[in-house]
Write a protein that binds this ligand. Structure first.
Ligand code: NAD
Ligand code: MLT
Length: 309
């Protein structure tokens, strides 16, 4: 029985599948036609964010039992089409949460202290000490948009950095937020109060474009961090807000179209820090999500209960 893996995952996950008797085939950076051919006889398909699991791909997958997402976001998988084909979709919701939270905090410091910009200047021989006057996180207000697993881990870390926490999440209760030291408020109020706003929602029809020009104007003088999903923040509006000085800066790990095009309005804007979707890229996180996804493939094919489906 074949498991097709179309985005790189940690060896520990591939080994676990082989130990369970599966033939593991990898097809990284394959085009749509090659993917459709490769998936035809696969019982399991494992992806990260680099593969779009479309209705067409699922139609070509004659033997498929399960799509495993070695990570959290399932916005790249056509869940309705999978359901129509009787294919289980399961993610790995825990394994990279701490890595994503740490990357978020790193990105806050990166933008508030202009670390990448100062690094580039010094590497090109300039001791530009007088040009970088940063912002301390201590005593500032953090606005958290989406107080789920990652948002909560960010809240814990930033609370201990001396930040005041205010959060917008229509699906969690005030008690839960208060237990984390955060106050719940409406989105506009969160952005108005925040010195730094950080996004931690999934990408859904409801969150697409949630933060546009009007919302960024409410964050006036602050910083915006997005290590959740591209598409939640309007990239053109964000680039303009930073260029025009409405925002002091921004730090982004995720983009509406990945890989990010060289033509993106975000590239080359002085106070915009970017990383190529590295939030989950730690050894520990990758091992966690790869093994958890492999376990779910094995369970599904053996007709056992699948966690996180
Ligand atoms: P989660 O499901 O635990 O939490 C998401 C939270 O968003 C929930 O509390 C939910 O109630 C809230 N939410 C949903 N719709 C909302 C809305 N309209 N307004 C405000 N809040 C809303 O998910 P998570 O594990 O915390 O992951 C959060 C995001 O981070 C996901 O998009 C995930 O894909 C992304 N992520 C990115 C990386 C990376 O590599 N950059 C790594 C891990 C996770
Ligand atoms: C996720 O949603 O888990 C992230 O996109 C991490 C990833 O797979 O790179």
């Amino acid at each position: 029985m074949k498991v097709l893996v179309t985005d790189p995952i940690a060896d520990a996950g591939l080994d676990r599948l082989r130990e369970a008797g599966f033939a593991v085939e990898t097809a990284y950076e394959a085009d749509e036609e090659a993917l459709q051919t490769a998936v035809r006889d696969a019982v399991g398909l494992i992806v990260r964010s680099g593969t779009d699991v479309t209705a067409e791909l699922l139609s070509a997958a004659e033997e498929l039992v399960i799509v495993g997402r070695a990570g959290i976001g399932v916005d790249n998988i056509d869940i309705d089409a999978a359901t129509e084909h009787g294919v289980i979709v399961a993610n790995a919701p825990e394994g990279n949460v701490r890595a994503a939270a740490e990357h978020t905090v790193a990105m806050m410091f990166a933008t508030a202290r202009s670390i990448p910009q100062a690094h580039v200047r010094l590497n090109t021989g300039e001791w530009a000490k007088g040009e970088f006057l940063g912002t301390e996180l201590n005593n500032k207000t953090l606005g958290i948009v989406g107080l789920g697993r990652v948002g909560q881990e960010v809240a814990r870390r930033c609370g201990s950095l001396g930040m005041e926490l205010v959060a917008y999440d229509p699906y969690i209760g005030a008690e839960r937020a208060n237990a984390l030291g955060a106050e719940l408020a409406e989105l506009d109020a969160v952005l108005e109060r925040a010195d730094i706003a950080t996004v931690h929602t999934p990408l859904t029809p409801e969150t697409e474009g949630l933060i546009g020009e009007a919302e960024l104007a409410k964050l006036d003088g602050g910083y915006l961090v997005n290590c959740a999903r591209g598409g939640v923040v309007d990239e053109h509006a964000l680039a303009t807000a930073v260029e025009d000085g409405v925002l002091n800066g921004a730090a982004l790990d995720v983009f509406a179209d990945e890989p990010l095009s060289e033509d993106s309005p975000l590239l080359g804007v002085d106070n915009v820090v970017v990383t190529p979707h590295l939030g989950a890229s730690t050894e520990a996180a990758q091992e966690n999500v790869a093994t958890s996804t492999a376990d779910q493939i094995v369970a599904a094919v053996n007709d056992e209960p699948v966690m996180n489906a």
